[in-house]
Design a protein around this ligand. Structure first.
Ligand SMILES: Nc1ncnc2c1ncn2[C@@H]1O[C@H](COP(=O)(O)OP(=O)(O)OP(=O)(O)O)[C@@H](O)[C@H]1O
Length: 254
């Protein structure tokens, strides 16, 4: 994969701020007074055990779940959706849908095209660039059902890149991906952050996150620790984050 350069339309300088965010699903508290900030130019990892509220945090940024309290802002904006490109967990998508790799990447432009407008030269160029950057240009005519897990993840990354958004949200982008591809994906995300985007990735892999990211957020319904890896990646913080499971009834997890 090659790595992108900053594209002028992408970035509005700003800080993404989450303040006192709480989310309930019926009686279940998924997030409890979470406060955290994400900067542009920073590669952040959100880490925690199963059921800790990581996906809920990303969905809250997208306005997909109702909050019971709290505020989310990007600069002065309270609607973050125009600034965000989102890669959901791979298994939540229907890969049998009859579309090609090219079609999926072009879907990333849909929000910009609007209804009834055909993709123009610039849209096609952006899709081509993104498919080349993510290493799936040669697969552009293939049906998405015929791709491997790693190839599917790259297609989703291409769809994300073509949006030209300032904030990139990725839910478990390394799941189902081999070691080489996962290193390439991390390098691509690192480059996007270095180009001035805010990159926020949910992951289970603390070690990789500590190696590639400059900001770790350990979550277990609340923010347990938040800061640079050297400060956050400590045995005490890991114990505090992973020792209480919300899947079972208090037994320890990995
Ligand atoms: N739509 C929903 N309705 C009811 N409960 C939900 C819903 N979505 C999530 N939950 C619950 O909220 C809690 C947090 O879920 P969430 O998916 O945010 O956790 P997570 O940290 O992303 O977990 P995982 O690592 O397993 O993906 C869990 O207990 C989950 O069962």
């Amino acid at each position: 994969m090659t790595h992108s350069i900053c594209r002028p339309e992408c970035f509005q300088p700003g800080v993404l701020t989450v303040q006192d965010l709480s989310v309930q699903y019926g009686p279940q508290t998924a997030l409890d007074r979470v406060s955290v900030s994400f900067q542009v130019g920073e590669f952040s990892a959100v880490i925690g055990p199963n059921g800790a509220g990581k996906s809920t945090l990303l969905k809250s940024l997208l306005g997909l779940v109702p909050r019971s309290s709290g505020q989310i802002t990007y600069g002065t904006d309270t609607d973050l959706r125009p600034h965000i490109a989102y890669v959901p967990q791979q298994q939540t998508l229907d890969w049998a849908f009859p579309v090609t790799v090219w079609d999926v990447a072009m879907m990333g432009r849909t929000g910009r095209l609007g209804w009834g407008r055909w993709p123009g030269l610039q849209d096609r160029r952006r899709v081509q660039d993104a498919l080349q950057e993510t290493g799936v240009w040669d697969l552009r005519h293939r049906h998405i059902a015929d791709l491997s897990g790693g190839q599917r993840q790259r297609v989703l990354l291409a769809r994300m890149l073509v949006r030209g958004a300032a904030i990139l949200l990725l839910d478990e982008p390394l799941t189902g991906v081999d070691t080489r591809s996962s290193e390439q994906i991390l390098a691509l995300l690192r480059a996007e952050a270095d180009a001035g985007r805010a990159v926020i990735m949910v992951t289970h892999d603390l070690e990789q996150a500590a190696q590639w990211c400059d900001h770790l957020v350990l979550v277990n319904r609340r923010v347990v620790a938040d800061g640079p890896p050297a400060q956050v990646y400590t045995p005490a913080n890991i114990e505090a984050t992973f020792s209480v499971s919300h899947l079972g009834h208090g037994h320890a997890e990995a």
